[in-house]
Design a protein around this ligand. Structure first.
Ligand code: GLA
Length: 729
């Protein structure tokens, strides 16, 4: 049983295959966190000693002997008002505007299966998963406030999920000023916090910092999860490596602003939290209303960072991503963006499709520029009518022509946005988020539509259906190219709700599109990888990873992305050289290896301009990709180097049963004549032998893992390698 409740001790124990999570209701009715770590049994309450050391900290009024303080106690859901002066998960105001609440245990319930959340994405369970849900309700009777803490246990995935529902069960208005979804209080340890930071065209670089006394936090105030910080973090031992040390992670299943915090307190305890951005958030709840704190996926590893990634890859791929594309090979694409930008016609795209067909490519994606007056990035957003003059017909007509070449058709959309120079804006200027009397801030010359409004969503859904209902579109790249600055909705009862309700509106729209077109493959995108989060992955099983397609930089970006997300989600394309972003030239071979062993593969260049040699190379790459695709999509991923530190960047995929592996390497730096580099794979079957590509000598798995696989002696910069290892016997 994944969930057990010891009634006399009021102890909850959540078990997965190799972890245990334990909490208890203490004598005051507070819900204390006891343990999250390697699977363990018994009452682990002995770990909590600090409550007795409360010193000068505040006590609950009834604690006459002064032996307890929430300022010291490890908690499941810390709140402002109980004497805990660390960062709270919940900050709420009562009807009279006063702060201060006091949440105590009210009741709990264990349910079979995994909870789902109204209006928000969440991991799900399938029959046979043995998943269970624990709901623990905390209440503050004075305020008329209840908080239902939800815990989902996915035992085989070694994942525990958390979410919370805040309910106004009283007679007056409550206002939620801060809401975190999950809190993890660790009573002891010296930790690092790893976050994944960056910018447009350089997303998710791991940033590792000591958690010292005080608070460390990252987040997004942009209304989107952002290119700058990713809603995913790892807390780990200071000496944790890929393969050793303890690590805990939190992944936010949400695509809006977020706040990730880590704080070391006066007693050297560490608190990590993940939840909603509290910046422009102030959510009123009238009597009877509730607010859901989105889900956080948590996992624990006693064996370093690699295991964290393996657990997350598995659960995101299999229990967050949904629909027919979840487990299916994805089409190899050619995307028109870096091939032609806005400068295309239907004929030019058909020419591109024809060449792509010769090379074995499956789908042409018509990127930005096919609709309304969209001849550049200053106009046209919001008018999702095909430009029939440019295309030489409708989208369905183009699809027929592309299909005749043997390819499917995909299209780019950015439904959340509107240009001031568009028919939609001219007809409905009030549909854009903007503060009355203030000139709205432009981003890429566009405004953000108010997706918190049902009428706006209905219009967008109608426009999208008008295109998609005609048939022929098999794939949609759903983009979102600016942050929300002017947080004001004409219809909102309170502006503090807008950013959250916007995200619910986005999910509603995406959900409607998914239900009407269940076979449609949606690729997420936001100025490249600005909305690469587990929330989007519930709607779009793959996401454009970055607008930076330079293979050298992609090694770094894909390395960082791999900590929290599976390769099945990583859109990775080969583009032209010199690279549009960096000006760097990397040989086509290496560009191919980085993209095809990166994830969902494709090309982003004008194939009609390539010489015969490059065409042959690309044909070979597409064919090679078909061979390795199942491993890239489903294999266990190993980071074998650190791209910014090592001269050879290496990574590996291993089938879950160890029967095959793919070792990939790109030489990124050479000194002098160079020395032979050895790449040490991991995860091979100990004691077994492997052959490269099924032929040649038998190589001992143990020797390979101990001393490595030699790359050729004198490598040149950007020489690339891909070795398929097959287990013998
Ligand atoms: C964003 C995307 C690109 C491309 C352009 C089109 O920048 O990340 O891939 O689709 O928009 O305008």
């Amino acid at each position: 049983m994944p969930l057990s409740f010891d009634a006399p001790a009021r102890l909850f124990t959540l078990s997965t295959a190799s972890t245990t999570y334990q909490m208890k209701v203490d004598r005051h009715g507070y819900l204390l966190h006891l343990y999250y770590g390697t699977r363990a049994s018994g009452d682990l309450g002995y770990l909590v000693t600090h409550c007795a050391l409360s010193g000068m900290s505040g006590q609950p009024h009834e604690d006459a002997d002064r032996t307890f303080s929430l300022d010291v106690a490890p908690q499941e859901f810390p709140f402002q008002g109980g004497g805990d002066m660390r960062s709270p998960a919940l900050l709420v105001r009562g009807a009279d505007g006063t702060f201060g609440c006091d949440l105590r245990y009210a009741r709990h319930e264990v349910r079979p299966g995994k909870y789902s959340l109204p209006g928000l994405p969440a991991a799900y369970a399938e029959a046979g998963d043995g998943a269970e849900t624990l709901s623990v309700t905390l209440a503050d009777e004075r305020l008329g406030l209840e908080v239902e803490l939800l815990y989902g246990v996915l035992p085989a995935f070694d994942v525990i999920t958390r979410a919370a529902v805040v309910r106004n069960v009283g007679a007056g208005r409550l206002t939620v000023e801060k809401l975190q979804s999950a809190c993890l209080d660790l009573v002891s340890g010296n930790f690092d916090l790893i976050t994944f930071d960056g910018r447009h065209a350089m997303e998710r670089r791991p940033s590792r910092r000591h958690v010292e006394n005080g608070a460390l936090s990252v987040g997004s105030r942009r209304g989107m999860s952002s290119n700058q910080y990713n809603p995913f973090m790892i807390l780990c031992d200071r000496d944790a490596t890929e393969t050793a040390g303890r690590a805990w992670s939190m992944s936010f299943v949400y695509s809006g602003g977020f706040l990730a915090e880590a704080e070391r307190d006066q007693f050297e305890q560490t608190r990590a939290q993940m939840g909603l951005d509290d910046g422009l958030f102030s959510y009123p709840l009238e009597p009877g209303e509730s607010l859901v704190a989105p889900e956080v996926l948590m996992t624990y590893s006693s064996a370093g960072l690699e295991k964290i990634s393996h657990n997350l890859h598995r659960v995101i791929r299999r229990r967050v991503c949904r629909g027919p594309w979840r487990d299916a090979p994805r089409p190899v694409l050619v995307n028109s963006w870096e091939a032609c930008y806005f400068d295309f016609t239907g004929d030019r795209l058909v020419e591109l499709a024809r060449r792509a067909a010769d090379l074995g490519i499956d789908m042409l994606v018509m990127d930005d520029g096919w609709f309304g007056s969209r001849s550049d990035d200053r106009r046209g957003l919001g008018d999702w009518r095909p430009n029939v003059e440019k295309l030489g017909g409708t989208v369905a007509d183009l699809a027929r022509r592309v299909n005749e070449c043997g390819l499917g058709l995909g299209i780019w959309v950015e439904p959340e946005m509107v240009s001031e120079d568009s028919d939609l804006f001219r007809a409905h200027p009030d549909w854009a988020l903007s503060v009355p009397g203030k000139d709205p801030v432009l981003g890429r010359d566009q405004l953000v539509l108010d997706l918190s409004r049902a009428d706006v969503r209905d219009n967008l859904f109608g426009q999208l259906c008008a295109v998609l209902d005609q048939g022929g579109v098999e794939y949609v790249k759903w983009d979102c190219n600016r942050s929300i600055v002017d947080v004001h909705s004409r219809l909102a009862s309170d502006q503090g709700k807008v950013l959250y309700d916007y995200v619910l509106g986005l999910y509603d729209l995406l959900g409607r599109v998914r239900s009407r077109y269940p076979d449609l493959l949606i690729e997420g995108c936001s100025a490249g990888g600005g909305r690469f989060d587990a929330g989007m992955l519930a709607y779009a099983p793959q996401i454009w990873t970055s607008d930076n397609t330079d293979a050298r930089n992609r090694l770094t970006i894909q390395y960082g992305t791999s900590f929290g997300y599976p390769c099945s989600a990583v859109g990775a394309h080969v583009s032209a050289c010199p690279n549009e972003t960096t000006g760097r030239t990397v040989p086509l071979d290496a560009r191919g290896v980085v993209a095809m062993a990166g994830g969902a593969f494709g090309y982003e260049l004008d194939l009609t301009k390539l010489g015969d040699r490059d065409c042959e190379l690309i044909k070979g790459q597409v064919a090679a990709y078909r061979q390795i695709e199942p491993l890239v999509r489903e294999g266990l991923y190993y980071r074998l180097s650190v791209p910014e530190e090592d001269d050879v960047c290496a990574w590996e995929f291993v089938a879950e049963d160890g029967s095959e592996a793919l070792v990939c390497a790109v030489v990124t730096h050479v000194d002098g004549y160079g020395v032979t580099s050895y790449v040490r794979p991991r995860g091979l079957t100990p004691g077994a032998a492997y052959r490269v590509e099924g032929s040649g000598p038998e190589l001992s798995a143990d020797a390979l893992m101990d001393m490595g696989l030699p790359l050729s002696a004198s490598c040149s910069p950007y020489e690339s390698f891909m070795y398929r290892l097959e287990r013998v016997g």
